[in-house]
Design a protein around this ligand. Sequence first.
Ligand SMILES: *Cc1c(COP(=O)(O)O)cnc(C)c1O
Length: 353
Amino acid sequence: MISFFRPEIDVMTGYIPGEQPKRDSKIIKLNSNENPYPPSPKVKDVLHNFDWEWLRRYPDSSATEFRHAVSEVLDIPANWIIVGNGSDEVLNLVIRACTDSGRKVVYPMPTYVLYRTLVEIQPAQRVEIDYSQDYKLPIEELVKVNGAITFIATPNSPSGHIVPIEDLRELASRLSGVLVIDEAYVDFATDDALSLVKEFDNVISIRTLSKGYSLAGIRLGFGIANPKLLQGLYKIKDSYNIDAIACAIGTAAIRDQSYKKNNANKVKASREKLAIALEELGFKVWKSQTNFLLVKPPFDNAEYLYSNLKEKGILIRYFKQEGLEDKLRISIGTEEENKVLVAALIRAMNEIL
Ligand SMILES: *Cc1c(COP(=O)(O)O)cnc(C)c1O
């Protein structure tokens, strides 16, 4: 059969997002690393008072109001910021601006699955390097590839580990291409890579409001880099990629740092509690600086536990992927949800014994 598509599109699989149950269903959703708490009450005020008549106009093409809020909160000039329809869009802009069939895109595995999807769409060479068991950054191998783009998610998904800043600094200094530091989980971590953006003109830090700010539903993320690096990304982005409502909501949310920090603290406390509870059940639990845990069940039955929990109305993430077949990724829920999860895991494990 003749295809309508480019060969790259014919052979690719496409990204498979975590399942999204209907809004009112009783399902406990711990599969997409969403925040278990609602967004800032300031968001509610913005929605309530939003001047709906203005929606007839196109929105501000560079989300100026939001960029200025980010600028104040992170103490970085507003022209060092580019805003995306989710941080996924910013990742996509980097890929589209920097790749061609002769250029390499490299990242350590396992990591955020979308990097592979985005590269597969392009004519570009994909190079994947395995993390060792202890998730130490394979600096030498990454430098040897010297990709047009190197992606590092830190803290990483699905492992939850953070890459030490000195490792990132060494990598940035030895690469000639762009180093993308994907900091989607920075709000739950002990450190961030913002200083490297100021030190190196080939580094872009990517942030999102989806996780720390409980705003996955509005699709808002941003990149921080030297204006020289942002210039190419601004050229290719859709003119009106951020809608007026998202811009207003995001501005209110990012200004409410105390609310965000308070929620992050709750999530971190629950994370440590859940880690202990799962260890007591015999799970191996990786140290996490995120809002999820990577765990390995005591018996080799990760996929079974995933399906069994799904039948019990609890969604967690199972990746049928090399190195992850025996593991599960569990987003941190509310205290109540985590209790229900642990009880369900105990039942699921008893059902097979
Ligand atoms: C969730 C996630 C993103 C996507 O964030 P959006 O802003 O919702 O597009 C990006 N990178 C990593 C590593 C993530 O886990």
